[in-house]
Design a protein around this ligand. Sequence first.
Ligand code: FE2
Ligand code: FE2
Length: 339
Amino acid sequence: MRRENVIGRANVEDTPELEAYYASLEGEALGALWNVANEIEPWQPQPKSVPVLWKWKRIEPLVRRAPELVAADKAARRVVMLVNPGRKEWSAAAGLLYTGVQIMNPGELTSAHRHQASALRFIMEGRGAYTVVDGERMDLGARDLVLTPNGTWHDHGIDAGGTQCIWQDGLDIPLMNSLDANFYEVHPGIVQQPSSLSRENWGKPYSPVFKYAWDEAFENLKTKGVLSEFDGKVYEYRNPLTGGPIMPTMGAQLQLLEPGEQTKAHRHTGSAIYQVAQGRGRSMIGGQRFDWEEKDIFALPSWAVHSHANASSSEDAVLFSFNDFPAMRALALYREQPA
Ligand SMILES: [Fe+2]
Ligand SMILES: [Fe+2]
């Protein structure tokens, strides 16, 4: 129990009589709100997630060990998860977002399946990777973004003539589980037969574009990015039909920090997972300093004060990130504040 000596907040002292009363409440699956009210209704968000930086240098050897130890088909998805120490029970990297690093060898494939969780992949390295979404095959190279929206059939693989490939998966699995709304199905055919997907009268709640190639996205960032004093130059991946986010629960964006740039600090509701696409720099998150370079991944918990800086005086730094802002906005929960 956390007592607060503030009008309107719970401040009840324990007595032997009350303790006996609490015991009888508990026996009937009841409880006294005043014992938990201050905790379950905090003055502001109290994320269990902590800011975390996963240095690629440290996790890469462990990721590369996985194919030596586990067969792709046995694992179904051979992924090393990034687990926030405060969110282990949800397998979340921050808030209700999951992320992992998947590694596949040439000729390997992930059998076709679909799930209620929305998913995206940001390719880190390798040649010959492809994803098939609702029958449509997309070839993927480094830093391409591909969506496998909620409910779409998808399978992944690496062409036999390709190289070992690594990418970052981002999903809202913890969100689906916290809402008790998750489903999972395997495709009867192991892999999908290639077909072309009709975009006519597109009524789906997600973008009709599944692949966002790096070259084009990077060009859009440079030419159409919106300047923000908190985030640098920002380009959001969008659903071209609506101008809205790529998927109903998750958004993604690129941020460009010019040489030497240091952003102002702000905070917002909603969590984000970053991957450094290019360059090196640092982010201050919740008062901690994180120095990052290419392929490092870091977690931004909701409502944590943060700012970013490019540590190079000659080269741009580019951050890729995905977030749960569309879910927050759909529920009218998005708030932002300068720090
Ligand atoms: Fe999947
Ligand atoms: Fe931010």
